[in-house]
Structure formats: structure tokens, C-alpha cells
Design a protein around this ligand. Structure first.
Ligand code: COA
Ligand code: AMP
Length: 638
């Protein structure tokens, strides 16, 4: 099999391609209908199939005799602890917690929200939900109480699972007070919250709280796997859109299992017994797909790493894990590699370890600049794979499919579209652009299995936000081009979404926090290039007449950290005389993005007062002190 033959089959006969891929999954009832297009532009994969995702991730491997194989290795430099869980042990724990959830009244289709750090209990809770057909929604632990409250109100969970704390290298983040504050803000009240007490910090329990360990030690019966429809939701994962309101991406069971299993073999080159380290967080899509579900679905061993690339304790942290656990593939964000490059430029820490087991380094979540790609390739002496995807797709859209066929790499490119994804570059009128022409990256419908089935509770938002702009296509929100060899170059978002250290944030989300300050009349937040984090948010603020601006910047910085979270920390705040707007009052964000990127700004004729751009041009040209070190981050434009 070659990449070309597989890709062609996926376009000429998608039914044959995906029904073949579906054989990697054990179904309670195999699907007779592979693709249901009766409700186009909304499509459903494996319509009448019945399965259980937890069964496929755990029990199936135990039944096949692999119970003693390691499923999960928890490696936590921040607590100095390590623990392995075999497939048999992880199945037992998951079945027990599934029984606990049942005991707390969670039924099929009910939501369970997890606000958790990188500990084994998080994986157990996710799989336990899948086991009983409940829908989990993991919220990244770096989000502050108001963000958590917004997700609680949207998902309306019956139960919340949390831990007493998360551990950052410089501090302990107490989760319970954040959860309590979020529940004070939220309109929805869960019936119960289950709390994992971590030894480093004991949470104060309320009447609503129940202790995880007590429940797990109780006589509650374990729960068996519940067969669910392939189209039933497995999870909701909130991601940042262009407005302040997070959107809950809904993933189904059947398409997800099939697509992830396909990607493990064909993209990541990981199979039964192989070890994978995905250094991300379970609160993000990368964590969902490639810390938890992907590796377990194929009977591999996954590493749950609670630490950072540097500082826990040093730039050798990943390589120590690779040596100790004989890791075959590492997956992380380019920011992590840039942090290593900065701390260990000549790879001295890397050379201290035996990394001979390592075959592949996969990078995604933000743009991989050619400098970082070249440095990693030279220093680590492995195949480095830049691949591009989104929370919405759940698995890679474009990649070098290492397990299928290693293609030549091109720095700055996420390589080629994967089977199932028809990638086209469109201009503003929806016409297809030829090779080397930059435009909106769009995916012709239908999307392959495993991609989003919609936005939780808001079908219109999916259709309006993604499908209506260019009928027949899914709008990715990224801009870029395909070169003459069919390689995709992703140049960045064309909307108000930014990627900060691989964390996806929206301008609107941060602006809403800033606008709550009594001195602020209006504001705009834009992503500014940063040599370490790819982008960092920076704010322009117009104050209300008569308000004193002394100390305002610090107050706004603090406000964003407490309302959105430390991951959204602003690089700087500038008080300005006005923002560029259209005559109808819409802020010209594209113009601001161009100014901050040092590009010549396109000024629409509808601008209300072009004069404000003179002041802004000067302010935005004055970038954060480190910005001058990376004028364009090696963006390769045709
Ligand atoms: N819970 C609570 N706070 C968190 C958090 C979490 N899960 N994750 C990050 N934060 C906090 C950090 O402690 C930091 O707080 P501070 O400003 O008080 O120091 C802030 O959010 C910013 O974090 P981050 O952007 O991660 O920067 P950093 O300086 O702490 O670390 C790197 C820099 C490069 C080490 C880090 O960004 C990294 O590991 N990046 C990899 C990116 C990644 O895995 N992305 C996931 C998508 S693939
Ligand atoms: P998330 O949904 O958090 O995974 O973020 C998805 C967004 O991250 C994409 O729409 C891109 O803007 C960006 N992204 C992810 N991977 C890449 C990549 N390999 N190259 C460029 N941008 C990327």
C-alpha cells in the first residue's frame, strides 16, 4: 500500500475505504450503512453500528490475552512519582468507577464534566463515562472559574469530577476553590462532585462533594460496557471560537474509534505493545485523541506525563522518559521544542539518554517554523513530522503518514492531506485556487469519520460557522496554500482565534474579560508573534472619559488571568485613543492583525476614521521586547 493508492481509494470509494478501516474495531453490531448522507450537509458515519468505545480500548485487549501488558504509565516529575497500570488493572479501575458514576445517578447520554490535572484518575473517569454511555466533557485545568462556569452551564453535567489540585512547577493550583467559584457563577448545579484528594493538598469538602477513594473502596458494583449507537456522543470538548462563548465540539463513538485506530497505524506507526508519549494535556484534543483513546484502541502503552519539557527538572525530561519506557513515538507542540532549543541548543541533555527506541517526533497544535523543524531534525536525529488538525477534526487532516509510507518532508509544510480529507484552497468568492496560491483552507464535504458531528446544543452554530461560508465545504479557519507537489503549507488563522503555546484561545474570550473593567469603553485583543509561544495575546484599550489610567494595565493583566486563566496572560496592554472601525461600528480586526504582524494593512473603504491607524501603527510596531528576534518566524509564502 502506498499513500497515493490509499488516498485515491478514500476519494473514489470512501465506503470501501472506511468500511475496511472499521474492521479494526470490535462491534456489538457491525454497521451495514457506512455513510448516511440523507441529512447533508450533516453526515453520519456507521449509522446502524453498535459498539462500546471503552470495550475497544480496554476489555477487548484483556480478552485477547493482553491483560498483563502496560496500558498506562503515569510519570510525574512534578510529584516525583511513577506508576504503571496494566490493561487488566485499568479495566478493573474503570469498571469500578463506571459503577460509581451509575451509583451517583449517571445514565446513558448524561454529561459528566471533568476538571482534572494529568493524573490516572482522569483517564479512568473518561473511560468510565464511555463504558456506561455517558458523555464526558474535560475542561483544561488552566482555565479560570468563569470559563469553567460557562462550560458547566452549556454541558449541564449530572456529576463533576475534580481533584484537590494541579501542580505547576512554580505553584500548586487548587482546583476545588476554582470549582466552588465556578458553581457560584453557574446557573446549573450538578447533583454531585467527586473529588480526588491529592497528597500535596487536601481540599475542603462540601455537602455536594464525595471522596473518590472512599467511593472506589466501597462495595459499589463495577459496571459492564453498555452497547451504544455509533452515532451516540462519546464526548464534548469545548474549544475557542471567534466569539467569547466556547463551543462544544461533539464527537461520536463509531467514527471516532475507526478514525483513531486508522491514524495510529498509518500516521503514528504505533501498534500493539508500542509505547507513545504524547506530552500535551488531557484537557485538549491532542490529549483526548493521543494520550487516551488512540493508543488504547490499538493496544499500545500510553504515557501520562505530568510535567513540562523544561524545568521538571531540566531539558532532558522527555528523553529520560523515552529511555526509561522505551518510547517509540513522541508527540508534542512546537512550543515545547522551542523551549528545548532555547534551553539545550546543542542537545547536551538529549545525548545523556539512550533514545534508540525513538522512531518519530510528531508536532502539532500550532505552526512549526522551519528553524525549529531543522533544529529538531538535526539534534534529535529522528523523523520529525509536522501535522495539522483541529479540535473539530479530532485527528490529523494533513501529515506525513509515517506508518503508511514515509514521504519526503518539506520544512514549513504539514505534508499531504490524509485519506478522507479533500483539501482545497478557496478565494473570497469560493473559487478554487491553483498550486502556490494562498487562500482559505477548506475541506470538501463529507468530512471523514471521527470529525465533529456538531456543536453541543447549537446545530445552527455549526452550520453558520463552518458550512455556510462556502456551500459544500467545511471552513477550517486557517489560511495557506498547496504547492505543486500537493504539500500543504498552513500559514495561520484567518479569524480571531490564536494559538498561544499550543493553547487555542479566542480574542473574544479575552476581550470579554477586559470589557468587564469599569474603566474600559472598548478593547481589542490580537495575537502577536512570539519566538517561544508562537503567539501571545496583546490588548488595545480605549478608556471611558474621565477614568484615571494609573495602574490600569496591571489591573487588566490580573483580570484576564483570573477570568480566563494564566495561559491567556497578556504580553502587554496599550491604552489608545481609538480603534479602527467600520461605519457600522465593527472593529477592523484583520487590519489590526496585519499591523501587529508588520504587514501592510488593507484598509477597507468603509473605515469610519482612518486617522486612528496612524497612532495604532506606531504602537503596534513597538512589539514586545523579544519580538524583534523573530521577524516572520520563517513563514514560507509562495
Ligand atoms: N493548570 C493551571 N495553570 C496552568 C496549566 C494548568 N494545566 N498549564 C499552564 N498553566 C499556567 C502556567 O503555570 C503559567 O502560569 P504563570 O504565568 O503563573 O507562570 C501560564 O499558565 C502559562 O503557561 P504556559 O503557556 O504553558 O507557559 P509556561 O511558561 O508555564 O511554559 C512551556 C512554557 C513551553 C514549557 C509550555 O508552554 C509548554 O509545555 N508548552 C507545550 C504546549 C502544549 O503541550 N500544548 C498543548 C497542546 S498540543
Ligand atoms: P486546536 O483546535 O486547539 O487543536 O487548534 C487548532 C488550530 O491550531 C488550527 O486551526 C491551526 O490554526 C493550529 N494548528 C494546529 N496544528 C498546526 C500545524 N501543524 N501547523 C499550523 N497550525 C496548526
Amino acid at each position: 500500500m502506498t499513500y497515493r493508492s490509499e488516498y485515491e481509494l478514500s476519494t473514489t470509494d470512501p465506503i470501501a475505504f472506511w468500511s475496511g478501516a472499521a474492521r479494526a474495531i470490535e462491534w456489538a453490531r457491525p454497521p451495514a450503512v457506512t455513510l448516511d448522507d440523507r441529512t447533508a450537509p450533516l453526515y453520519r458515519w456507521f449509522l446502524d453500528g453498535v459498539l462500546n468505545t471503552c470495550f475497544n480500548a480496554l476489555d477487548r485487549h484483556v480478552r485477547a490475552g493482553y491483560g498483563p501488558r502496560d496500558a498506562l504509565i503515569y510519570d510525574s516529575p512534578v510529584t516525583g512519582s511513577k506508576r504503571s497500570f496494566t490493561y487488566a488493572e485499568l479495566t478493573t479501575l474503570t469498571a469500578k468507577f463506571a459503577g460509581v458514576l451509575r451509583h451517583l445517578g449517571v445514565g446513558q447520554g448524561d454529561r459528566v464534566l471533568l476538571y482534572m490535572p494529568m493524573i490516572p484518575e482522569t483517564v479512568v473517569a473518561m473511560l468510565a463515562c464511555a463504558r456506561i454511555g455517558a458523555v464526558h466533557s474535560v475542561v483544561f485545568g488552566g482555565f479560570a472559574a468563569p470559563e469553567l462556569a460557562a462550560r458547566i452551564d452549556d454541558a449541564e453535567p449530572h456529576v463533576i469530577v475534580t481533584a484537590s489540585c494541579g501542580i505547576e512547577p512554580n505553584r500548586i493550583v487548587e482546583y476545588k476553590p476554582l470549582l466552588d467559584a465556578a458553581l457560584d457563577l453557574a446557573g446549573h448545579a450538578p447533583a454531585r462532585s467527586v473529588v480526588v484528594q491529592r497528597p500535596l493538598c487536601e481540599a475542603r469538602m462540601s455537602d455536594r462533594d464525595v471522596d473518590y477513594t472512599e467511593l472506589m473502596n466501597s462495595q459499589i458494583e463495577p459496571a459492564a460496557c453498555v452497547p451504544v449507537a455509533a452515532t451516540d456522543p462519546l464526548y464534548i470538548l469545548y474549544t475557542s471560537g471567534t466569539t467569547g462563548k466556547p463551543k462544544g465540539v461533539v464527537r461520536d463513538n463509531g467514527g471516532h474509534a475507526v478514525a483513531l485506530a486508522w491514524s495510529m497505524a498509518n500516521v503514528y506507526d504505533i501498534g500493539p505493545g508500542d509505547v507513545m508519549l504524547t506530552a500535551s494535556d488531557v484537557g485538549w484534543i491532542v490529549g483526548h485523541s493521543y494520550i487516551v483513546y488512540g493508543p488504547l484502541l490499538v493496544g499500545a502503552t500510553t504515557i501520562l506525563y505530568e510535567g513540562k519539557p523544561v524545568g521538571t527538572p531540566d531539558a532532558g525530561a522527555f528523553w529520560r522518559v523515552v529511555e526509561e519506557h522505551r518510547v517509540r513515538a513522541v508527540f508534542t507542540a512546537p512550543t515545547a521544542i522551542r523551549a528545548l532549543k532555547r534551553t539545550d541548543p546543542s542537545g547536551e541533555y538529549f545525548q545523556r539518554y539512550d533514545t534508540s527506541s525513538l522512531n518519530n517526533l510528531f508536532l502539532a497544535g500550532e505552526r512549526l517554523d522551519p528553524d525549529t523543524y531543522n533544529w529538531a531534525t538535526t539534534i534529535f536525529d529522528v523523523d520529525v513530522t509536522d501535522h495539522w488538525w483541529q479540535t473539530e477534526t479530532g485527528w490529523p487532516i494533513a501529515a506525513n503518514p509515517r506508518g503508511l509510507e514515509s514521504l519526503p518532508s518539506k520544512p514549513g509544510s504539514a505534508a499531504v492531506p490524509l485519506p478522507g480529507y479533500a483539501v482545497h484552497i478557496l478565494d473570497d468568492s469560493g473559487d478554487r485556487l491553483g498550486a502556490d496560491h494562498e487562500g482559505a483552507i477548506c475541506l470538501r464535504l463529507p468530512l471523514p469519520p471521527g470529525t465533529l458531528t456538531g456543536i453541543w446544543g447549537d446545530e445552527a452554530r455549526y452550520i453558520d460557522g463552518y458550512l455556510n461560508r462556502f456551500p459544500g465545504y467545511y471552513l477550517t479557519g486557517d489560511g495557506g496554500y498547496l504547492d505543486r507537489d500537493g504539500y500543504l503549507f498552513v500559514l495561520g488563522r484567518t479569524d480571531d482565534v490564536m494559538n498561544v503555546a499550543g493553547h487555542r484561545l479566542s480574542s473574544g474570550q479575552i476581550e470579554a474579560a477586559i470589557a468587564s473593567h469599569p474603566a474600559v469603553a472598548e478593547c481589542a485583543v490580537i495575537g502577536e508573534r512570539d519566538p517561544l509561544k508562537g503567539q501571545v495575546p496583546r490588548a488595545l484599550v480605549v478608556t471611558k472619559v474621565g477614568h484615571d489610567t494609573t495602574g490600569l494595565s496591571e489591573e487588566i493583566l490580573h483580570l484576564v488571568r483570573t477570568r480566563v486563566g494564566a495561559i491567556a496572560s497578556l504580553s502587554r496592554v496599550d491604552v489608545v485613543g481609538g480603534l479602527p472601525k467600520t461605519r457600522s461600528g465593527k472593529i477592523l480586526r484583520r487590519t489590526l492583525r496585519q499591523l501587529v504582524d508588520g504587514e501592510s494593512a488593507s484598509i477597507p473603504s468603509t473605515i469610519e476614521d482612518a486617522g486612528v491607524l496612524d497612532e495604532l501603527g506606531t504602537i503596534l510596531a513597538d512589539r514586545s521586547p523579544h519580538e524583534s528576534a523573530c521577524p516572520d518566524q520563517g513563514v514560507v509564502r509562495p
